[in-house]
Design a protein around this ligand. Structure first.
Ligand code: SF4
Length: 293
């Protein structure tokens, strides 16, 4: 498909986190996660009816993304790629649009460029990532339990492979965060320890969206509600239980000398990690960081 533009001014959650623009390289995402909120956006997510009816079954790439970027990029922009699709979704293996996009971004770097993904395919482009100043990767780690991952996101890579991708990016010098979003049924302390061991950074996260805490707009897809009902995971969709799980992760992170924030405050770490450190860099924190490193 030939798109008219590639960068969109942000609104809502990611605007609140400090991003000025989003970059969405395709319409529809072949990871097809059962909880994905994007199809619930409908036309407000730039989707066509076939996209929300057959979410995850196909995708439509914006073939002229790199050319549009050459015209639209500016040094003042703080860009999130992407709130509507995973740029390293399975269809990207063949399409190879991201290398063109990264070349364009490297040629005209914005203030901050953030890639949100759960695809180890990103490792294919590590040499290009290293060319972009102030690039950050937010890598989704949704649970520590493989059987849960298989239920809710069967087309995504296993969790150990995702943790290894974070380690490889980190070793390559790419600023990479483990993002616990959406938080699926898990062992909170174990998940926090695994994510911190891999990233060596503060954690970011967000519970599954539920109407009790998010009254309007995009929300968790029906398929995930059905799975949670059948599997007896209903408590993970309860706001009070979610808050408790978040606190357990935050407490486990604190014991290791790191922070954990959710919502816009958490994602703001990607914009400017120095502004949103949840704890001052104390001697003990530095010592703990070294221990994890
Ligand atoms: S990877 Fe992200 S955009 Fe793609 S289906 Fe899963 S949640 Fe939705």
């Amino acid at each position: 498909m030939i798109a008219r533009s590639i960068l969109s001014p942000t609104t809502g959650f990611i605007a609140e986190a400090g991003f000025t623009h989003s970059l969405t390289p395709a319409r529809n995402c072949t990871f097809g996660c059962t909880y994905c909120y994007v199809p619930t956006l409908g036309i407000y997510g730039g989707l066509k009816p076939d996209d929300w009816r057959r979410w995850g079954q196909f995708t439509t790439f914006k073939d002229n993304a790199a050319e549009l970027l050459a015209r639209e990029l500016g040094s003042h922009q703080t860009i999130y790629c992407s709130p509507l699709v995973d740029p390293y979704q399975p269809a990207e293996v063949e399409r190879r649009l991201m290398p063109q996009i990264l070349e364009a971004v490297a040629a005209n770097p914005p203030h901050v460029f953030v890639i949100q993904t759960r695809g180890p395919l990103i490792l294919r482009d590590v040499d290009l990532l290293k060319k972009i100043p102030r690039l950050r990767v937010s890598f989704s780690i949704t649970t520590n339990r493989e059987e849960v991952r298989r239920m809710y996101e069967p087309h995504c890579a296993p969790i150990p492979e995702r943790l290894e991708a974070i380690r490889v990016l980190r070793a390559a010098g790419v600023e990479t965060y483990a993002t616990l979003a959406p938080l699926l049924p898990c062992d909170p302390e174990e998940l926090a320890a695994l994510a911190i061991e891999a990233s060596g950074r503060d954690l970011i996260g967000d519970p599954l969206h539920v109407r009790a805490t998010k009254r309007h707009g995009a929300t968790t897809r029906e398929a995930a509600f059905r799975i949670s009902e059948v599997q007896g995971h209903g408590e993970w969709l309860d706001a009070a239980f979610q808050a408790e799980a978040v606190e357990r992760i935050a407490s486990a992170a604190r014991k290791l000398g790191f922070g954990f924030d959710t919502g816009p405050r958490g994602f703001a770490k990607l914009v400017d990690s120095s502004t949103y450190e949840s704890n001052p860099e104390s001697d003990s924190r530095r010592r703990l960081r070294r221990a994890v490193d």
